[in-house]
Write a protein that binds this ligand. Structure first.
Ligand SMILES: *[C@@H]1O[C@H](CO)[C@@H](O)[C@H](O)[C@H]1NC(C)=O
Ligand SMILES: *[C@@H]1O[C@H](CO)[C@@H](O)[C@H](O)[C@H]1NC(C)=O
Ligand SMILES: CC(=O)N[C@H]1CO[C@H](CO)[C@@H](O)[C@@H]1O
Ligand SMILES: [Ca+2]
Ligand SMILES: [Ca+2]
Length: 578
């Protein structure tokens, strides 16, 4: 672990001359989030795989990525595509073998790229050996899951223990005839919650972390961490209490938001558990000085989210994922909303921790579809040039759009659980998980199979890596220029100031000593004129470093600080001339 203190002083006032301040590898890294099933298919079965990823590591390196972050690759019956794990110690055969994975690590190591895995500790698949043994009342596995008796109603029908609802809708309790008890599932019915009140379970998850970290992965993202613990029933006379209704209109007792999840979410004990996990990471770091990074993901309030950094006395996550840009911004957002969303994380996070920025994920509509295709560059500028860590969901660098997946081809359990061939589109995440677009060839170069596991998104003939790499101007080229800029001290270590210059123009300044930049984006649908001298010490002439694809400006064009006319959706990175 490297000292981060000097960096922070530098970030505050820029007075430090020494630009060789060492940041630890992750503190300003670009993480690239890969959904392995849809990234690259090496063997023609229509499903992305590990060898496919290995074959594209050079692409990522060239793009300026520091760490490839793989969503779950463990053995899974794929009811929830890898988020239902049946064996945490092996690779899902669709994706390859352990040898393939070791080959991936080797290749990554050669080109100095980090590999980060994802793990959901909350539950396993109902097909895990652990769960099958627990269902059969095996002595050792008896209490590995959250089991509870049901009760009989007045008509003598069997009823679940209480009113809890799963995130994927309907009762969070599922009856197991073998055990004649209900098991808790906070997500899908095939995802029984582990019982972390059993200390053996915590130990086993630590063993899993150690196993992969020893193999050479550089860290883990732990998901849904705010669902790990439920209330301790012993504090309620041995009964899990009902959750109160929210009273939100238009919801029925099958809908997750029907209840206020005071007993099943954001429990205090989750934070302590993460600090226990952190010790596993730090033990390895002590050994060889390479930081193994712990990322947490939790859809929760800002105050809860930043608690995953630790409380000052102890460390929890290195990177609690910042969902502000993903959750708080939409088509209607203007410059003021962007400023507010960015400031939110900067305001609540502990001063000495690096921020992190992501605009997309496998659970969220893609930028080109959620906002407008022409705003792709603006949002990549935001994510890559704000202070701290950048996280890109695969495909954002080329501005991929959502796909369209019909009801019959829908795979996402969240959508299938609606049993509704019309409204499933409101919740389906398949459109954000369609195959990656490498070229305008068959299946966009993703696979030579007859049929890919999810259909390709329309428009890949124009939106693909091959085309954008050979073009002089493209989202890809913009992205690459931005990752290049990140190595300059102003972006790596420098100060930060932001303004909504008008309702539709968001801008921020990054600087280190005399080297100053203004990133400016018009997120409105009309032409705007702004005066950049609203920023401290910005005056005179500026030069274009990077311009969005549709901008009329190109590299090294001059701009007057007092008068900048911006077309709709135009975004620029400007450098002050001294
Ligand atoms: C897992 O759950 C699914 C859905 O309820 C069921 O079809 C399957 O048989 C279960 N598997 C095991 C091993 O219990
Ligand atoms: C670990 O890193 C620190 C800070 O860079 C350095 O002072 C120390 O010598 C390193 N230790 C080892 C074992 O490499
Ligand atoms: C962001 C993320 O990875 N969300 C996952 C959280 O866990 C559920 C259940 O395991 C998944 O369905 C989500 O995709
Ligand atoms: Ca394959
Ligand atoms: Ca749980």
């Amino acid at each position: 672990m490297l000292m981060i203190l000097p960096v922070l002083f530098a970030a505050v006032d820029g007075r430090y001359e020494n630009v060789n301040v060492k940041l630890d590898w992750w503190e300003n890294a670009v993480f690239y989030l890969i959904y392995p099933r849809s990234f690259m298919d090496s063997d023609g079965d229509g499903i992305g795989d590990i060898n496919g990823i290995t074959s594209r590591l050079d692409y990522l390196k060239d793009l300026g990525v520091d760490a490839a972050w793989l969503s779950p690759i463990y053995r899974s019956p794929n009811q929830d595509f890898g988020f239902d794990v049946s064996d945490f110690y092996s690779i899902q055969p669709d994706y390859g073998t352990m040898e393939d994975f070791e080959q991936l690590l080797k290749k990554a190591n050669e080109i100095n790229m980090k590999i980060v895995l994802e793990l959901v500790p909350n539950h396993t698949s109902n097909e895990s050996e652990w769960f099958i043994k627990s269902s059969n009342k095996d002595e050792y596995y008896h209490d590995w899951f959250v089991w509870e008796n049901g009760h009989l109603d007045a008509q003598g029908r069997r009823r679940p223990p209480n009113n809890w609802i799963s995130v994927f809708r309907k009762s969070a309790w599922q009856y197991s005839p073998i055990r004649d008890q209900y098991y808790l599932n906070q997500f899908g019915v095939t995802q029984p919650d582990l019982n972390f009140r059993n200390p053996v379970v915590e130990e086993e998850i630590k063993n899993i972390l150690k196993y992969w970290l020893e193999k050479g992965v550089a860290g883990f993202s732990m998901n849904s961490v705010n669902y790990i613990f439920e209330v301790d029933k012993d504090l309620y006379g041995g009964i899990y209490p009902d959750e109160p209704a929210t009273g939100k209109p238009g919801l029925g007792p099958d809908d997750y938001d029907y209840l206020d999840h005071i007993y099943t979410k954001d429990h205090e004990e989750n934070y302590d558990l993460i600090s226990q996990f952190r010790e596993v990471f730090d033990a390895l770091t002590l050994r060889d000085n390479l930081t193994r990074v712990l990322i947490t993901e939790a859809y929760t309030s800002i105050k809860n989210a930043v608690r995953y950094y630790g409380d000052g006395m102890r460390s929890d996550a290195h990177i609690p994922f910042n969902f502000a840009l993903i959750e708080d911004l939409n088509k209607e957002s203007d410059a003021r909303d962007i400023k507010y969303a960015v400031d939110k994380w900067l305001t609540y996070k502990p001063l000495r921790q690096p921020a992190n920025w992501g605009i997309g994920s496998l659970d969220k509509s893609r930028v080109a579809s959620r906002f407008r295709p022409k705003l792709v560059d603006a949002f990549n500028m935001l994510v890559l040039l704000l202070p701290g860590i950048a996280i890109t969901y695969m495909g954002e660098e080329i501005g991929m759009t959502n796909g369209f997946v019909t009801w019959t081809k829908t795979m996402d359990p969240l959508a299938c659980n609606t049993d509704d061939p019309v409204n499933f589109v409101k919740v389906s995440r398949d459109p954000y998980r369609t195959p990656f677009q490498w070229s305008n060839g068959k299946n966009a170069g993703f696979s030579n199979a007859e049929k890919t596991w999810l259909p390709l998104a329309d428009g890949y003939q124009h939106i693909n890596v091959e085309k954008q790499r050979s073009a002089v101007r493209s989202h890809y080229q913009v992205y690459r220029s931005l990752t290049n800029l990140r190595s300059r001290p102003a972006f790596r270590l420098g100060g930060y100031q932001s303004l909504a210059l008008t309702k539709n123009v968001f801008a921020f300044k990054r600087w280190y000593n005399d080297d100053a930049y203004v990133v400016v984006m018009n997120v409105g649908k009309s032409y705007q004129v702004v005066n950049l001298t609203a920023f401290d010490l910005i005056f005179g002439q500026l030069e274009v470093e990077v311009s969005s694809v549709h901008s009329s400006r190109t590299f090294s064009d001059d701009i007057h600080a007092t008068f900048l006319d911006l077309a709709a959706d135009e975004a620029l990175v400007l450098r002050m001339q001294v």
